[in-house]
Design a protein around this ligand. Structure first.
Ligand code: PGA
Length: 247
């Protein structure tokens, strides 16, 4: 089964209108085979959608676990759809660690995103302590299965999963292609125990210090279908070089 690679740029709380403009200009020239998604902060979504080429996807970095109502400061999935988003990152390790998001809340967000017709990009990943204790597979498969149990495996026909080892995010320490492949294979196998066809078609991205010079080897692994890129998505040159590494 051939899966179309996907490369998503997670700007986190960085960037602004000038980055929206420079990224849109640079991506107008992009012609690779990978699907490309840009995820700027909320205030820039609408103008990013106006400026980005239609073939480039737009994603948000977070969403409410509720549909609408008295939730001051929250943003509903339906609003992200109206702003032109096609994707929403959920369960990023920064949200899990800094904002105490639980598996249950992440599953609710996953359901809200799909109810609005958008594609969730569900992040899973282990900390260094969990890896050193030999718990990587149990942690990442547990984070995945918590959502499968809540929303049903069929929902993963319209979802993306990103494996992001916490110790590799923003640290310059990338998982080796072999380390990443091993976890991706384990995640795919774990989903296959729920539904083999959905597991085969699911796009599994790697994230954690992906750069232009290490992307090609990571993306060449059989179960790695692209990347979720933080720091290196903040300049058009490095982001496009990474998108091109997914050929
Ligand atoms: P990084 O971040 O590429 O800066 O390590 C990846 C992420 O957190 O999505």
């Amino acid at each position: 089964m051939k899966r179309t690679p996907l490369v998503a740029g997670n700007w986190k709380m960085n960037g602004g209108q000038s980055l929206v403009a420079s990224m849109a200009t640079a991506l107008a020239e992009y012609q690779g085979v990978a699907d490309v998604v840009v995820c700027p902060p909320f205030p820039y979504l609408a103008s990013a959608r106006e400026q980005l080429p239609a073939a480039i996807g737009l994603g948000a970095q977070n969403v409410s676990d509720q549909a609408e109502g008295a939730f001051t400061g929250e943003v509903a999935a339906s609003m992200l759809a109206e702003a032109g988003c096609g994707y929403v990152i959920i369960g990023h390790s920064e949200r899990r660690a800094l904002y105490a998001e639980s598996d249950a809340q992440i599953a609710d967000k996953f359901a809200q995103v799909q109810a609005a017709g958008l594609i969730p990009v569900l992040c899973v990943g282990e900390t260094l302590a969990e890896r050193e204790a030999g718990n990587t597979d149990a942690v990442v498969c547990g984070q995945l299965q918590a959502v499968v149990d809540a929303v049903g495996v069929a929902a993963f026909a319209r979802a993306v999963v990103a494996y992001e080892p916490v110790w590799a995010i923003g640290t310059g320490k990338t998982a080796s292609p072999e380390q990443a492949q091993a976890v991706h294979a384990r995640l795919r196998q774990s989903l296959a125990e729920n539904d083999p066809d959905i597991a085969q078609s699911l796009r599994l991205l790697y994230g954690g210090s992906v750069k232009a010079d290490n992307a090609a080897l990571l993306f060449a692994q059989s179960d790695i279908d692209g990347g979720l890129i933080g720091g290196a998505s903040l300049t058009a040159d490095s982001f496009i070089a990474i998108c091109q590494a997914a050929e």
